[in-house]
Structure formats: structure tokens, C-alpha cells
Design a protein around this ligand. Structure first.
Ligand SMILES: Cc1cc2nc3c(=O)[nH]c(=O)nc-3n(C[C@H](O)[C@H](O)[C@H](O)COP(=O)(O)O)c2cc1C
Length: 355
């Protein structure tokens, strides 16, 4: 299946692995790239040294194109992007901020993909020289905006000329076909890829997702300070109900983030008062309370991903949990989606009679 995205990125199938901290580690990234898609390594939770090591690890597992995904509001963000540039990573995908590195990436032939949740940020990303845009709809796991993919994709497609990836709610061939019809050139998936053999998430959590219906997610800023969607579990419902601000969780989380990213006290404090530049990216943490919730959220996510803890942990999950009913290999997922998309696109052409 050739689209503007496969041509631009040099991949076989128009499918991207969405960046997911702690989840899109080298094995999963390489599996997606080797299967003909675009594997993306999320680096926001990594120190610069870990970022370099994991990029090199991916190169040992695949010779196909891959990318990194970096949120731009953290103290380690610039250094992580610089390392990706030094290592000539083919694709740099960013969220939350201004892509100051577009020219540097273009110099070695790399491409930049901006992540957006509102149309005006897509226009800005194109003006700043981005090569493609990933559009995140409300159905999405994690930080989708207020508008659904169905509405957002054609609106963005009418406003920009660069290729588009649709994220949020895509998990099968009908979804890929619809995204193409709506004006996108490919899809980016998170929830579908966490439910694969190669994904490292805890088996208990995979079982929770297998049991879930499309109504079993919650969308709130209670989880990590940003409006986001998680799987509906006892722990997540408790977080929705709790009164008052979880200050102890926030401070414990901040200390955890300090250690995780190897930050100095000064860098930690500076991060706490970062203001998001709303002109460029998705909204982003705008005050210290959001930052504290986000810091506390890091511990909750790790508890879910690594320990399968549904009482104290939470995991980003999209509404498509209701349609994800098995745990195949990455290559099976890719083949299945592309084959079904081709079939339904052909069938759709025969479904109506002009007249
Ligand atoms: C377990 C999990 C973790 C995620 N972590 C991140 C993250 O760290 N940063 C980010 O920008 N998006 C994150 N996302 C969101 C994805 O990048 C992507 O936007 C989303 O999964 C697309 O929607 P879908 O799940 O319906 O495919 C995460 C998603 C999941 C399922």
C-alpha cells in the first residue's frame, strides 16, 4: 500500500507505532519497523545517555527507518533531540512545544513529524517546516484533545498540504481505510500495539484490556494533569472520585522524576514552573499543580505497565480497547490491517451505484 506517508518515510505500510513512554522500547520499535511500519521510541522518560543507548540498540535490531518521540517541555528534551540528531535518527516526532531543530534534521535527510490535537497547531507545524503531522483525536489513549478523529482529520486535511497520520481510535483495516478516505495518509496506533506479543506491558493488564468494552475508559486531567484517557479500573475511578489535591503523590513523583531523568534541584524547580507555548503544540502543563500531577502520574503508569497494579497504577488506553480482542505478533497486526484496508476500500467502491 503506497501513500504519501510511505513515500516520505521510506516504509512499506502506512502505519506508525505511536510513541509511548516505558512501552515503545527498542524491541517493539524494531518489530514495527521490521514489519514494514515506522517504529517510534518514546524518549521523554529517558536520560540523554539512555536515549543514545536505546537508539543504538534499535540499530542493532533493524536496518529499517525508525524515529524518536520527544515531548519538548522537559529539561532533558533538548539534549535528547540533539542526541537523535547526532545519531542521525531518520524521524524526529515531537509534541508540546516549538520544533527548533527542523533545519538540523533536514540537513542529514531526516524528517520531522509534529503531533497536534487542534487544527491551528497543524498549520503552525507546516509553517515551521515539518514534513508530516500526526493528528490525535479524542478517542485516543493518553492526551487526545476535545475533538474526535472523524471531525478533526478532514478539517486539518483542508488546511495543510503536508502528509497526515491519523491517531486515536485506529486498530483495524477499516480504520486505516477510513483515515485515508478522511484525508490522512496513514495511521498511528498505540492501544493496538500494546496488545501484541512483543509489547512489554504486564500480562494482567493485557487481560484487563481483553475484557474491556469501548465504554471502559475514563477521560480526565486527574491522572497526570493533562486531559487524557485511561483504562477504567478501580484505581482510575478512585482518582476521579478523590477530593483535594494529591500533594504527597505529586511530591513523591517529582522526586522520582528527578532521579529518573538525572536532574539537578535547579532543573527540577525550573521544570515545575515551565509554561507551555500554546502557539506551537498541544496544550501542555501550564501550572505547578498540573506538573505535580504529571510527576505523580509517572509512578502510577510504571506501576501499571511493569507490575500490572490496577489499584495504584493507571494506564493510558484508547476507546478502541473494545475492538482489540487478541494478542497477535506485530507482523500479524500489520498484515491483517493492510489486507483488510485494501479489501474494504475495493468493496466500498462497489457498494453504491452512481446515479
Ligand atoms: C500505554 C500507552 C502509553 C502512552 N504513552 C504516551 C506517552 O508517553 N507520550 C505520548 O505522547 N503519548 C502516549 N500515548 C498515546 C499514544 O502516543 C497515541 O497518541 C495513542 O495511543 C493513539 O490512540 P490509540 O491508542 O487509539 O491508538 C500512550 C498510549 C498508550 C496506549
Amino acid at each position: 500500500m503506497k501513500t504519501r506517508i510511505t513515500e516520505l518515510l521510506g516504509i512499506k505500510h502506512p502505519i506508525m507505532l505511536a510513541g509511548m513512554n516505558w512501552v515503545t522500547e527498542p524491541k517493539l520499535v524494531a518489530a514495527v519497523s521490521n514489519a514494514g511500519g515506522l517504529g517510534i521510541l518514546a524518549t521523554a522518560h529517558l536520560t540523554p545517555e539512555e536515549t543514545r543507548r536505546q537508539i543504538r540498540e534499535i540499530r542493532e535490531l533493524t536496518d529499517k527507518p525508525f524515529g524518536i518521540n520527544q515531548a519538548l517541555f522537559l529539561p532533558t528534551s533538548s539534549r535528547n533531540v540533539e542526541i537523535a540528531i547526532e545519531e542521525k535518527v531518520p524521524i524526529v516526532n515531537y509534541s508540546y512545544g516549538k520544533p527548533w531543530f527542523v533545519e538540523q534534521v533536514h540537513e542529514y535527510g531526516g524528517k520531522v513529524i509534529g503531533t497536534i490535537v487542534v487544527a491551528r497547531h497543524a498549520v503552525r507545524a507546516e509553517q515551521l517546516g515539518c514534513d508530516a503531522i500526526s493528528i490525535t483525536g479524542h478517542e485516543s489513549a493518553g492526551h487526545g484533545g476535545d475533538v474526535t478523529s472523524l471531525v478533526l482529520i478532514p478539517i486539518v486535511a483542508n488546511k495543510v498540504r503536508i502528509p497526515l497520520l491519523a491517531a486515536g481510535g485506529f486498530y483495524d483495516g477499516r480504520g486505516l481505510a477510513s483515515a485515508l478516505v478522511l484525508g490522512a495518509d496513514g495511521i498511528s496506533m498505540g492501544t493496538r500495539f500494546i496488545m501484541t506479543k512483543e509489547s512489554n506491558i504486564h500480562p494482567h493488564w493485557k487481560q484487563l484490556i481483553l475484557n474491556a468494552t469501548e465504554g471502559d475508559t475514563l477521560y480526565s486531567n486527574r491522572f497526570d494533569g493533562e486531559p487524557g484517557r485511561v483504562l477504567k479500573t478501580k484505581g482510575a475511578e478512585d482518582m476521579m472520585r478523590s477530593l483535594g489535591f494529591p500533594i504527597v503523590k505529586g511530591v513523591t513523583g517529582a522526586l522520582h522524576v528527578k532521579q529518573m531523568l538525572g536532574l539537578s534541584w535547579r532543573e527540577l524547580l525550573a521544570a515545575a514552573f515551565t509554561r507551555e507555548i500554546t502557539e506551537y503544540g498541544s496544550y501542555g502543563p501550564q501550572n505547578i499543580f498540573q506538573q505535580l500531577r504529571m510527576a505523580g502520574g509517572t509512578i502510577g503508569q510504571e506501576k501499571a505497565i511493569f507490575n500490572g497494579d490496577e489499584k495504584l497504577g493507571f494506564m493510558f488506553s484508547g476507546q478502541c480497547v473494545g475492538g482489540v480482542n487478541d494478542i497477535p505478533s506485530v507482523s500479524e497486526v500489520m498484515e491483517r490491517i493492510v489486507t483488510q484496508a485494501e479489501k474494504v476500500l475495493e468493496a466500498a467502491g462497489k457498494k453504491y451505484t452512481r446515479g
